[in-house]
Design a protein around this ligand. Structure first.
Ligand code: FES
Length: 170
C-alpha cells in the first residue's frame, strides 16, 4: 500500500506535518514530498522577547552542514501555516534559497510577510504559506523549521522540506 498521498494546492496549504506538492512540468505531474524530519529538540527563542517583523537568527539542526543550518524565527503579526503562539503567527525557516543556495539574510519583507528576492536569481518565498515560492527560479518551498511552545520557551523539533546542500531529509 502506498504511504504517500497527493494533495491539491489548497489542501497542501491547510496541511501541517508531512506535506506533498505536485511539480508540474508541461504535460507531466511529478509528486514531490516535503518530508518532515524530526531532529533533537532545541530551545531557539523566548516568546516574550520576539518583536513583530524582527527576525532572530538561530542554528538548527545541530548536525551535518552547520554552515547551511542557519535559520530565522519571526513573528509575522498574521496567521501563518505552521505558526505557533497565541496568534499562530510565529514561524521559522532556513536562510538558504532552495534553487542554488542563495543567502536570504537581510531580505525579510515585513510588508509582504515574505523573504526575498534572493540575490542570485530573485526568488521570493511566502512565509505565511509554508515558504511557498511567490516568484523566481526556485521550484521548492523554503524549508520550514517545526516549532513547539512550552510556556515562554520556543523549541525547534524538526524540519519540513530539504535544506539546500542536503541529499536527504530522512
Ligand atoms: S539561488 Fe536563489 S533564486 Fe537561484
Amino acid at each position: 500500500m502506498k504511504d504517500k498521498i497527493c494533495l491539491n494546492r489548497r489542501q497542501f496549504l491547510l496541511t501541517g506535518g508531512t506535506a506533498i506538492i505536485l511539480s508540474t512540468l508541461p504535460g507531466i505531474a511529478t509528486p514531490i514530498s516535503l518530508e518532515k524530519k524530526d531532529y533533537p529538540k532545541k530551545k531557539i527563542a523566548t516568546l516574550s522577547l520576539l518583536k513583530q517583523d524582527e527576525p532572530v537568527n538561530f542554528q538548527y539542526p545541530p548536525e551535518a552542514h552547520p554552515e547551511l543550518c542557519s535559520n530565522f524565527i519571526v513573528k509575522l503579526g498574521e496567521i501563518a501555516g505552521g505558526g505557533v503562539g497565541s496568534h499562530q503567527d510565529i514561524v521559522a525557516f532556513n536562510y538558504f534559497c532552495t534553487h542554488m543556495g542563495g543567502p536570504l539574510q537581510g531580505q525579510y519583507k515585513k510588508e509582504h510577510k515574505a523573504i526575498g528576492p534572493c540575490p542570485f536569481h530573485l526568488t521570493t518565498f511566502d512565509l505565511t504559506r509554508h515558504g511557498m515560492v511567490i516568484a523566481g527560479h526556485a521550484t521548492e518551498s523554503l524549508p520550514q523549521i517545526v516549532l513547539e511552545v512550552e510556556g515562554n520557551d520556543i523549541y525547534a523539533t524538526g524540519v519540513m522540506g530539504l535544506i539546500y546542500g542536503h541529499h536527504t531529509n530522512r
